[in-house]
Write a protein that binds this ligand. Structure first.
Ligand SMILES: Cc1cc2nc3c(=O)[nH]c(=O)nc-3n(C[C@H](O)[C@H](O)[C@H](O)COP(=O)(O)O)c2cc1C
Length: 339
């Protein structure tokens, strides 16, 4: 409440109401933490360990990809109660992303629209940062995607480069084929393209070690496309599914902010919650794969509903941006002792 009523409005006012400036300043401030202060974690975390795809998590609430693309604030996230952190999406080549403005907060709908376009410093820069600063004290996922200038036909080599560069640091990899903001990327969810990509990445991974590969899916797939995708994941020994990325749908946006739905990009937050849960349920019913449920988790009961739908872990982006770290504490408390 304090965050929503006082802190967030103040941060927005100071940033001239520009959400990307708020984001940039927040991550910059959090990046000043170079070690995890145990006292803070004591406030925000309520640990309830879980083992999923062979990894031990202190609790089931993770930071979703996109919040800390370049891994700048790695030691802050565990201090704010997160049980795991997914950095990225990073690409082989550093890239600036789409022109600004590209991030829109729809606070009245508990939602965000973004078309960031994988702005990131590149896989080598992230590897160098992880080598210099060390990993966080909770499992680290690294999300990899395709560089914008690389044609789809050369995507496999582009992903493989990032996988190799970051292999020593990841506890799991998220293969992102579902961002709506890189032209053509979602075509990599199609059966043949995904089979080729996952086949090559699994071969490369097997040469390097045993780090689990997960696939992040879009909420906009039809049931039959999703079923096909799951077959390919099963056939290629994928360790889990992250469901879901942002949606191109604008269903559920209401009030004066609905006009902002005309902005291109992916919608996240409350309007995505029901569809994300549906996809989690579908994946759970049609495959035995462990699931990270993400999309519209804005309170403890939302997280609980994700687990009830079949997820083993949850991730949060929009809820954290709008409600602050108190949300992570609330989710942790709701989920403690869930199973
Ligand atoms: C500004 C912004 C940037 C994002 N960037 C990425 C990204 O780089 N890679 C990715 O896999 N997902 C990205 N996402 C999607 C989130 O990880 C998450 O899947 C989605 O927002 C749904 O969760 P939420 O409703 O809790 O936000 C981004 C989301 C937002 C709002």
């Amino acid at each position: 409440m304090l965050f929503e009523k006082l802190i967030r409005p103040a941060l927005y006012r100071l940033a001239g109401n520009d959400p990307e400036t708020v984001h940039e300043r927040t991550v910059r401030a959090l990046s000043l933490l170079r070690a995890e202060p145990p006292l803070l974690r004591g406030i925000y975390a309520e640990d309830d360990p879980a083992t999923v795809f062979g990894l031990s998590f202190p609790n089931r609430v993770g930071l979703a990809a996109g919040m800390d693309k370049d891994g700048r604030a790695l030691h802050a996230w565990p201090a704010l109660g997160f049980g795991f952190v997914e950095v990225g999406t990073v690409t082989r080549l550093a890239q600036p992303g789409n022109p600004k403005p590209r991030l829109f907060t729809l606070a009245g709908n508990d939602a965000v629209i973004n078309r960031m376009g994988f702005n990131n410093s590149g896989a080598d820069a992230l590897a160098a940062k992880l080598a210099a600063r060390g990993k966080p004290g909770v499992p680290l996922g690294i999300s990899i995607g395709k560089s914008k200038v690389v044609p789809l036909g050369e995507a496999v080599e582009d992903y493989r480069y990032s996988l190799r560069a970051l292999y020593p640091y990841a506890d799991y990899f998220a293969v992102n084929v579902s961002s709506p903001n890189t032209p053509g990327l979602r075509e990599l969810q199609d059966k043949a393209a995904l089979a080729e990509l996952l086949g090559e990445l699994q071969r490369t991974s097997a040469d390097l070690g045993t780090t689990p590969l997960l696939v992040k899916v879009a909420p906009d797939l039809t049931d039959s496309a999703l079923a096909e995708l799951l077959e390919v994941c099963d056939a290629h020994g994928v360790a889990g599914v992250i469901a879901t990325n942002t949606t191109l749908s604008r269903n559920g946006l209401t009030g004066p902010e609905a006009a902002a739905g005309a902005e291109a990009g992916g919608l996240s937050g409350r309007p995505l919650a029901e569809r994300a849960r549906e996809v989690v349920k579908f994946v759970h019913t049609h495959s035995g794969l462990p699931i990270i449920g993400v999309g519209g988790v804005l309170c403890g009961p939302d997280a609980r509903r994700m687990l009830d739908a079949g997820a083993s872990l949850v991730q949060v982006y929009t809820g954290f941006a709008l409600k602050g770290p108190g949300l992570i504490r609330e989710i942790n408390r709701t989920l403690a002792g869930w199973r």
